[in-house]
Design a protein around this ligand. Structure first.
Ligand code: GRF
Length: 197
């Protein structure tokens, strides 16, 4: 039987879309839900077009009460009984209590070569530091932000004329290759990291 995968988003959902499209045929997983904290997330429409159930839990309704927000998220998730969670551009920090529920069963993609550049503005920081390469990381989610065992990384060069936007576009292309590859392996129980290219 396939494993049920819930995908959490906040924005355009391009990573969600490649993950969802990858889960066909002999893939061990199938998407069961796309949940967004942002009612205007473009990814919600993409998910609906793919025939995936969607849910919205707007964090602004909880006025800073992170526990209440996460309880509402968990209530939605429980309706769809996910075996596994993929955070795909989900821009809310999760508490240790929430992370514990899905420990070892929750992945995130981050647009840097972790452990470098946790948090935001990763591409601008890599350029400002004079780095010659950047990339993205898929890791297991732990209570610490952008931490947790690394299950895959993909590298791209930083070119002399790069802006954060041009670099982000190059990294995005690799996110869309790396994340489906890691998800498939993780669902099959493979935890050894893959390095692309
Ligand atoms: C990606 O760059 C991801 O690495 C970051 O947020 C972005 C999400 O983009 N965490 P999308 O919603 O998947 O298009």
């Amino acid at each position: 039987m396939s494993l049920r995968v819930a995908i959490l988003i906040s924005g355009s959902g391009s990573n969600m879309e490649v993950l969802a499209r990858s889960m066909t045929g002999d893939h061990p997983g199938r998407p069961c839900l796309v949940l967004s904290n942002n009612p205007d997330a473009g990814g919600l429409l993409k998910a609906q077009k793919l025939g995936i159930p969607t849910a919205v839990v707007d964090h602004r309704d909880f006025k800073g009460d992170r526990g209440a927000f996460e309880k509402a998220v968990q209530d939605q998730l429980q309706k769809w009984r996910p075996d596994f969670i993929a955070l795909a551009g989900f821009m809310r920090v999760l508490t240790a209590d929430f992370v514990r529920i899905y420990e070892g069963r929750m992945l995130n993609i981050h647009p840097s070569l972790l452990p470098k550049y946790k948090g935001l503005k990763t591409h601008a920081r890599a350029i400002a530091a004079g780095d010659i390469e950047a990339g993205c990381t898929v890791h297991e989610v732990t209570a610490a932000l952008d931490d947790g065992p690394i299950l895959g990384q993909a590298r791209v060069p930083i070119l002399a004329q790069d802006t954060p936007e041009t670099l982000a576009a190059r990294v995005f292309q690799m996110e869309h290759v790396l994340y489906p590859a890691v998800l498939r392996r993780a669902l099959a129980g493979e935890r050894s990291p893959i390095m692309l290219p």
